[in-house]
Design a protein around this ligand. Structure first.
Ligand code: NAD
Length: 478
């Protein structure tokens, strides 16, 4: 279904995020027929460039980062006709009047802040000051949303001076993933799972977001941030919220976000014995984290694993284990809901012990599988095996499902539709910082040095012990 005609201004339109995600994503939505012919995309950044130069850059970005299986070359010229560029300095007054002249009345207006957060205030002020934004305009802001509770509050206050909460779309692209929405469909669209979705039947939940890459060229930024701020405070906590929340009355922005907020507020402070920080170590000729960030004494973590508890009626006593890190064995993101053992095995000890695991995989191969126990086929007696019941979307609908939007494309279309369900509300972000701040402050107060781990491993041994001590095991990173 096409969205309404829109003018989308991408501040930072020449930046890495715009080139890798936003512009190729918009092109896919254009090819998918979701972008109406009247839609316009206007890049705005400091670089001195004209329309033709920007179109060339957009075309190159789409070639490099776009959909290789369905390149839709023939549609590219028509898409580029909708693209233009204005040189604008967020901190100065140049270019704003010209940018305003490009906007059309009566069209949905969205402003994507794909620039560092230090520019949010300047952009918001000039958007209002020069009359580009009105009370119906939308602004999209990127992570990191603050560095701690204090700075997140300040950012919220800055944005609130110019825009209402209904106009602010804080992106966490994990929420835009197909499987994340499928998770909600599975939880709330079936009778099967919700009755079991509690401490009585669930043994524990694990959330893993593992990367194979290191800090890349972002060492300077990353070293000031670390895995806790860069991944846990936003992506992992958002996933935890969707798993743990009560059923919202409706799949509507504030119903869903109210329930997520309650989860964050129900989180106990984390016992520092239940957190493991790690840093990838050098290995032969392969440099380690400290080399990558060019600080031989850095104590920033590139890995974190922790155990936490959602203290409410539903989850009392059920541990949630979260782990994320760089330079690990494989690139994988998975939420696993591990159910308890059946209370009694009628098949005897020889049949083996089996547990149902609902695995929600965000990457690679987005999909949901339920591990169920069946009889091992053949004449060998009653031996049990686990088989996966596959609910993978692509498999069910065929491998050529072209129209499953990537997270960014979906979220941008939601902005145009005015649907905030999959965006973080200001109070959610603040509550998440309020939970993570004491953890980070504790590390500093204790002068804690992260544990080294091998590149290509599953993280420091202590993170494996975090589970072993409880008689549990992480799922394999593969
Ligand atoms: P980048 O450095 O590649 O690009 C920054 C863009 O901002 C450029 O287009 C530049 O011209 C523009 N810019 C800088 N100062 C300006 C000014 N004064 N006035 C107007 N334009 C100005 O950065 P990026 O990697 O694209 O990241 C943009 C934002 O998105 C950052 O907040 C970043 O944290 C966030 N983010 C990036 C990624 C990613 O994968 N790159 C992922 C998540 C979030």
């Amino acid at each position: 279904i096409p969205v309404d005609p829109f003018d989308l201004v991408i501040f930072g339109g020449t930046g890495d995020l715009a080139r890798r995600k936003i512009l190729p994503g918009l092109f896919r939505r254009f090819c998918g027929g979701q972008m109406p012919p009247e839609a316009r995309i206007i890049g705005a950044a400091r670089s001195d460039m004209d329309d033709a130069g920007f179109r060339q850059m957009v075309a190159e970005s789409i070639h490099e980062f776009g959909d290789k299986r369905h390149p839709h070359e023939d549609q590219l010229p028509a898409f580029l006709e909708r693209v233009s560029y204005e040189t604008v300095d967020a901190t100065g007054d140049g270019g704003w009047t010209a940018l305003k002249a490009r906007l059309r009345p009566g069209t949905v207006r969205a402003f994507y802040f794909s620039v560092g957060p230090s520019l949010f205030g300047d952009l918001a002020e000039r958007l209002r000051g020069f009359g580009l934004a009105d009370d119906d305009s939308r602004v999209v802001v990127e992570k990191p949303f603050g560095h701690d509770l204090k700075s997140a509050r300040a950012l919220n206050a800055t944005l609130a001076r110019h825009f209402s909460e209904q106009q602010i779309y804080r992106i966490d692209h994990y929420l835009g993933k197909e499987t994340v929405q499928n998770l909600m469909a599975v939880r709330f669209g079936n009778m099967l799972f919700e009755p079991l979705w509690n401490a009585q039947y669930v043994d524990h939940i694990q959330i893993t977001v593992a990367e194979t890459v290191g800090v890349g060229g972002r060492g300077g930024y990353y070293d000031k941030s670390g895995a806790m701020r860069d991944m846990v405070q936003n992506h992992l906590m958002q996933l935890l919220c969707l798993i743990a929340m009560e059923p919202p009355a409706r799949f509507e922005p504030d119903s869903v976000r109210d329930e997520k907020l309650k989860v964050i507020r129900a989180l106990d402070p984390v016992d520092w014995h239940h957190i493991v920080r790690g840093q990838y170590a050098p290995d032969g000729d392969t440099p380690g984290y400290r080399h990558d960030v060019e600080d031989p004494r850095s104590r920033t973590e590139s890995f974190v694993a922790l155990k936490c508890h959602v203290s409410n009626w539903r989850w009392a006593g059920t541990p949630f284990y979260l782990r994320t890190g760089k330079k690990l064995r494989a690139r994988t993101s998975e939420i696993a809901v591990v159910f308890k053992d059946a209370p009694h095995s009628i098949f005897g000890a020889d049949a083996g012990r089996h547990r149902n695991v609902l695995s929600i995989r965000l990457q690679p191969n987005e999909g949901i599988t339920l591990g169920v126990t069946i009889k091992e086929p053949g004449p060998g007696g009653m031996r049990l095996v686990d088989v996966p019941l596959d609910m993978t979307f692509a498999d069910a609908l065929g491998p050529d499902v072209e129209d499953v939007p990537d997270a960014y494309e979906r979220l941008i279309m939601d902005v145009i539709r005015g649907n905030q369900t999959l965006f973080m509300r200001g109070d959610e972000v603040e509550a998440a910082w309020a939970w993570t701040d004491p953890i980070i402050e504790g590390w500093i107060a204790r002068n804690e040095v992260p544990k080294p781990y091998d590149v290509g491993s599953s993280g420091p041994d202590d993170s494996l012990m975090l589970m072993h001590k409880d008689g549990r095991k992480w799922r394999e990173i593969r």
